[in-house]
Design a protein around this ligand. Structure first.
Ligand code: NAD
Ligand code: ZN
Ligand code: ZN
Length: 363
């Protein structure tokens, strides 16, 4: 058993509490990982707010990390102690019908199909003050050591700087892949990106890499515009500067609407606005933002009858175990610069400050 620090969420609406926790050794098919760095994704904040009733408290959140394998359980063959890894909040078991389908990146072991509050054998490896603490998405990267099923870790290049590639665990691949894999943005096309936080900025990078000629970033926080422009946004607009709905503004700016629109916020109203912003026939809208469980969207069916495509994306469509190591190699070859997503670096003791920066729109 390892004793280390972890940021524990004891109850909905409470700040995280940095505690000493015990982390049991990995059982068969599991890997114990020393987490070296972790990012904060908006999804972690949604957990603290209680947006996902299927997350069980007390829980150790965090799902965008990078670390080093400390030990492995019986039967684990794909990684060994000392290997650098990225924990996968969307696993790739390689055996289920979806993993065997080359068009899919949805594994039946993902949180959408199977609760991940406990490891697959329905027990937890975490305790704190004598209480069992739940896992989150099987990765719980807000702990200095965590235990993860083998099929939810990806071995990466030994040269990778872990404090930089941790963002390749969620935010970057989600946004970049939404443009490249899910929308398959074509060269010369026009794109609109709603919300330019970590995920939306990665969408901008993906649209640019795919050769889009016009990329319009939409956000209510103008402090984010400079970075979006640096990464390839050709125009930045705030819905607050217009009297008419933003979908009408975008339609006027582009003639009949954009070719591709992306929603990277997670609100019902911006999702419908993004759908209406792409052109009525070949327009393609990608839902990236995560809405609170139980949200309902009502749309005018004409928006879809005329031919538009509306598609969601999980982690940008990547088959995680196969593709995240390749993305790390591309990062090392400087094919993209995901470092721009890293605005602050804080010790674990200041994890709540990190969330304050997120809520204040400063990261
Ligand atoms: P973030 O909070 O950093 O960014 C959201 C941005 O939206 C901010 O810049 C904010 O100013 C802007 N915004 C808020 N309300 C707005 C409005 N009404 N109009 C225009 N802009 C508005 O969040 P993030 O970490 O970039 O995550 C974005 C979303 O993606 C979240 O909902 C998150 O849960 C989701 N997500 C989904 C996946 C997936 O696999 N589909 C993976 C990771 C994150
Ligand atoms: Zn995330
Ligand atoms: Zn699978």
């Amino acid at each position: 058993v390892i004793r280390c620090r972890a940021a524990v969420a004891w109850a909905v609406g409470k700040p995280l509490s940095v505690e000493e926790v015990e982390v049991a050794p990995p059982k068969a098919g599991e890997v114990r990982v020393k987490i070296v760095a972790t990012g904060i994704c908006r999804t972690d904040d949604h957990v603290l707010e209680g947006c996902f009733p299927n997350v069980v408290f007390p829980v150790i959140p965090g799902h965008e990390g990078a670390g080093i394998v400390e030990s492995v359980g019986e039967g684990v063959t794909s990684v060994k102690p000392g290997d650098k890894v990225i924990p996968l909040c969307l696993p790739q078991c390689g055996e289920c019908s979806f993993c065997l389908n080359p068009d899919s990146n949805y594994c039946l072991k993902s949180h959408v199909s199977e609760p991940q509050n406990l490891l697959p054998d329905k027990t937890s490896r975490f305790t704190c003050k004598g209480k069992q603490i739940h896992h989150f998405l099987w990765v719980s990267t807000f702990a200095e050591y965590t235990v993860i099923p083998e099929y939810a870790v990806a071995k990466i290049d030994a040269a990778a700087p872990l404090d930089k590639v941790c963002v390749l665990g969620c935010g970057f691949p989600t946004g970049y892949g939404a443009a490249i894999n899910t929308a398959k943005v074509k060269p010369g096309s026009t794109c609109a990106v709603f919300g330019i936080g970590g995920v939306g900025l990665s969408v901008v990078m993906g649209c640019k890499a795919a050769g889009a000629s016009r990329i319009i970033a939409v956000d209510i926080n103008k402090d984010k515009f400079a970075k979006a422009k640096e990464l390839g946004a050709t125009e930045c607009i705030s819905p607050h500067d217009f009297k008419k709905p933003i979908q009408e503004v975008l339609t006027e700016m582009t003639g009949h609407g954009v070719d591709y629109s992306f929603e990277a916020i997670g609100h019902v109203d911006t999702l419908t606005a993004a759908l209406a912003s792409c052109n009525m026939n070949t327009g393609f809208c990608v839902m990236v933002g995560e809405l609170a469980s139980g949200s309902v969207i009502s749309v005018d069916p004409m928006l879809l009858l005329s031919g538009r495509t509306w598609k969601g994306t999980l982690l940008g469509g990547w088959n995680t175990r196969d593709c995240i190591p390749k993305l790390v190699s591309s990062y090392l070859e400087k094919k993209f610069n995901s470092d721009v997503l890293i605005t602050h670096t804080l010790p674990i003791a200041k994890v709540n400050e990190g969330f304050e920066l997120l809520r204040a729109g400063k990261r």
